[in-house]
Design a protein around this ligand. Structure first.
Ligand SMILES: [Zn+2]
Length: 338
């Protein structure tokens, strides 16, 4: 054995002893301060991308998160007893009126169809407007979208169509909206007579629609004329004059995009008579909701509900007591092909 090998073995032995000693010191300090290593790791506050997809027959449906918000109890109209109950429940659970904003993409295999597009930059506050990012995270681009179906012209549903400087976010898309809805919000005469706090809704609707009208890509419908194969228009008036749902069917399965039938899920399913101050016709909004909830509770229809805070904002209705309960689709990171 050469002297060099003996020397390097000794160095190795000395080093491993040093290492063992260092390990003991480290372990001792770990035992003395069990949270030291955890505290050293920086906290991460980012979340997963906001999309979730599932299959409805042969359709691929992707929920696209646009943002979140909190509904206020004074935005709801109900009897004193009901509203006292809401305020009390809210005190016990501050998240009871949490809401989200969600748009939905349907890939039929032939066309890419968006149902509502979130708020873009038209709602303010910065908590909304993420839909285009969610769309990209889901593997699609705004340029690929062929059709946008609009439930109604409130800016939390159509703001994502247009930038503040009047550019179309979906340059190759044709936009479809009920004629009653388009005629109402785009009328300068109706806008002029509207109360002051309703004026911003008219102004945003007109600015958002303008570039699509100019490009010949703003289309209205008044009956049940076919727009997309396998899709039925479902008039749901009340929240707004031309508020519309869209029901897609494929291979015996159905999904209904119901727009703003419900804002505060945990209040309005138990009390469908409770309306929102944003409902233009309060009586019609309540009647439409009562009829639709009762119908859906007896059908196997998947519901896309933009404002439920239970992402992916998809679920089914069941009767519960004098009202209804929500059976949510549960998030998973797997493609569920059942
Ligand atoms: Zn809305």
């Amino acid at each position: 054995m050469s002297s060099q090998v003996v020397r390097s073995r000794n160095v190795l032995k000395r080093n491993s002893m040093c290492f063992a000693a260092a390990l003991l010191v480290a372990l001792a300090s770990f035992v003395a301060r069990p949270n030291a290593a955890l505290a050293a790791a920086p906290q991460h506050h980012d979340q997963v991308p906001g999309f979730y997809r599932l299959k409805v027959g042969e359709l691929e449906v992707t929920a696209l998160f646009d943002g979140f918000g909190v509904f206020r109890p004074d935005w709801l109209n109900g009897t004193k007893a009901t509203m006292d109950g809401v305020v009390k429940a809210l005190h016990e659970d501050p998240h009871m009126l949490d809401v989200a904003d969600t748009g939905f993409l349907v890939n039929t295999g032939k066309q890419l169809i968006l149902v509502d597009v979130g708020a873009g930059t038209w709602w303010g506050g910065g908590a909304l407007g993420r839909l285009a990012g969610s769309l990209r995270s889901a593997g699609y681009t705004p340029e690929e979208v062929d059709i946008v179906l609009v439930t109604h012209l409130h800016s939390d549903h159509v703001g994502g169509l247009t930038t503040q400087d009047g550019k179309r976010v979906f340059p190759n898309a044709d936009v479809y909206v009920a004629k009653a809805e388009s005629d109402f919000w785009l009328s300068p005469e109706i806008a002029a007579k509207a109360p002051k706090d309703a004026q911003p809704f008219f102004q945003s609707a007109q600015a958002i629609a303008a570039p699509y009208i100019k490009a010949g890509r703003w289309h209205t419908f008044s009956g049940s004329e076919p727009i997309v194969d396998g899709m039925q228009v479902v008039p749901l008036p009340g929240h707004t004059p031309g508020h519309t749902g869209y029901e897609f069917s494929s291979k015996g399965q159905k999904i209904l995009f119901w727009g703003d039938i419900v804002h505060a899920l945990r209040v309005q399913l138990q009390h469908p008579e409770v309306t929102a101050i944003f409902d233009i016709d309060q009586t019609a909004a309540a009647a439409t909701r009562q009829q639709l909830l009762s119908k859906l509770a007896h059908e196997n229809v998947l519901i896309a509900a933009p404002h439920t805070s239970l992402f992916p904002a998809l679920g089914r209705l069941r009767e519960e007591g004098s009202g209804y309960s929500w059976e949510p689709v549960i998030f998973t990171d797997q493609w569920d092909d059942r």
